[in-house]
Write a protein that binds this ligand. Sequence first.
Ligand SMILES: Cc1cc2nc3c(=O)[nH]c(=O)nc-3n(C[C@H](O)[C@H](O)[C@H](O)COP(=O)(O)OP(=O)(O)OC[C@H]3O[C@@H](n4cnc5c(N)ncnc54)[C@H](O)[C@@H]3O)c2cc1C
Ligand code: FES
Length: 301
Amino acid sequence: MHVSAETQKGVFLTRVVTNDPVCRDHWRFVLEVRDFPLTEPGQFVQVLCREPNDDATPGDGAYIRRPFSIAGLSRDNRVTRIEIIHRLVGRGTHWLSHLNPGDSVSILGPLGHPFTLAEDRPTAYIVGGGCGLPPLIWLARALRASGKTVIAFCGARSADLLPLTRHRQAQVLTDQPTLAVTEFADCGVPVLISTDDGSLGFAGSAAQAFARYLHAHLEEDSSAVVYSCGPDAMMHATADLAEQYNIPCQVCLERMMACGMGTCQSCVVRIRDASDPKGWVYRLCCTDGPVFDSRVVIWEN
Ligand SMILES: Cc1cc2nc3c(=O)[nH]c(=O)nc-3n(C[C@H](O)[C@H](O)[C@H](O)COP(=O)(O)OP(=O)(O)OC[C@H]3O[C@@H](n4cnc5c(N)ncnc54)[C@H](O)[C@@H]3O)c2cc1C
Ligand code: FES
């Protein structure tokens, strides 16, 4: 383990505890690691998707580390358990899906700026879709632990692509959040599930489900805060809606990343800045984000 004293991030050798499929194309694995630094929801780790000691060639895995949000984190004295939920996309994620309990995995982290738990706002709305759902699971637990009322809107393309566990006893409704998702129900958070093809819950995106809910329940909710992660179009729609209702909104952006720590400049996002003649500046998703105030993001979708 090599820890940078300044940022408290480092490279850690972890051990796989479990690795199981969650839905048709998502897997969840849990890593155990000693002395992992203070970490908050919204931060991510860079996972080496190949043998930790294989410096020369990636073999079946990927050469460059891959970024993944932390979906859950628990501590027992010096031992930390980190949960990651990922979609099977390419070389690196396929290598991860073949991990067995006891295997070693190298991670670099914790990286990035976390969500801010708005102290003065007792109600939190979570709006997420697909691969954007993992960081929101851990965020929901933290928000509940800080005493907030939380309602989640979780979307996927279809029922079999929802990377969450269905609570068999709870009903899924199209217009009301229910305790139908184990990961959220465990901390008392009702969820309104949506699918693009209408195969489960509300037919449409999580942002559309959230819009319908807000229209039905609120004129303007100055006591709430919105947190969103998922496809840019969904986050953009959520951010516009939050602005319309005058609710502050934090978005967790996902950009192609190489280094994950501010060196390669591959993850730029355009951020509004009135002090710049252009009215905007480039910021790095990996070190300035991935969480940003939605009002400063210039959406490219
Ligand atoms: C901060 C951050 C957090 C993330 N958290 C999660 C998470 O919790 N769960 C999860 O499933 N994924 C997450 N991702 C995306 C994840 O990093 C990529 O899916 C992964 O790197 C793909 O690796 P691969 O080797 O399997 O695919 P590759 O072989 O590298 O790529 C396969 C295909 O996917 C595309 N692709 C790869 N990465 C991305 C990306 N970031 N955005 C869009 N297209 C991409 C490539 O262009 C290529 O077409 C996150 C990304 C970032 C930046
Ligand atoms: S990923 Fe290298 S600077 Fe952000």
